[in-house]
Design a protein around this ligand. Structure first.
Ligand code: GDP
Ligand code: MG
Length: 166
């Protein structure tokens, strides 16, 4: 299996940490030509049976309003339509307006996985359940995977969930 994976989410949820943890030392160094039409390639993870190409999607950081904002949203929507899997990263227990802004841009066709990062910082498992339930009700995610990118918790499980969708 082989495919493109976009990691999206508001700033500071741990996207870079997660990408680096997933790609790890097995990173195949990306050449200067590593640029598809719509994505910059963040890194490639090659395993015996799978190859994951992690891509950066432009446009999530925009603070512009009006027509500019609509244009950027269209760029993001079209970019995400072209990848095989979208990983939407949120922070355990810390939902904010920035997270909500992304929801309308996520594909609704079952290729979006909700990743709840920073579970190492969570005290109450009951609170987590309520938090995840609330988010799952906001978008047709096809899976949810709690992880700690920092500690390397549940990353293999996440790769499996991605692989089944490639
Ligand atoms: P990005 O803006 O989404 O790319 O987020 P970063 O990867 O830069 O991470 C933002 C902050 O969250 C950094 O201080 C990270 O060390 C921290 N962070 C990332 N993943 C985890 C995690 O799993 N647990 C904890 N406790 N902190 C994390
Ligand atoms: Mg980052």
């Amino acid at each position: 299996r082989c495919g493109f994976v976009a990691i999206v989410g508001r700033p500071n949820v741990g996207k870079s940490t997660l990408a680096n943890a997933l790609i790890g030392s097995k990173i195949s160094i990306v050449s200067r030509k590593a640029q598809t039409t719509r994505h910059r390639i963040h890194g490639v993870l090659t395993r015996e049976h799978e190859q994951f190409v992690f891509v950066d999607t432009p446009g999530f950081q925009t603070r512009h309003g009006g027509a500019m904002n609509r244009m950027m949203n269209r760029v993001v929507t079209q970019a995400l339509a072209q990848v095989d899997v979208v990983v939407h990263v949120v922070e355990a227990g810390k939902w904010s307006a920035g997270d909500a802004q992304l929801l309308p841009l996520l594909p609704a066709d079952g290729k979006t996985i909700l990743v709840v990062n920073k579970v190492d910082a969570v005290k109450s498992k009951n609170d987590m359940f309520a938090y995840v339930s609330k988010i799952m009700a906001l978008h047709p995610y096809s899976a949810v995977v709690p992880v700690s990118a920092l500690r390397g918790v549940q990353l293999e499980n996440l790769l499996q969930e991605i692989a089944t969708r490639l």
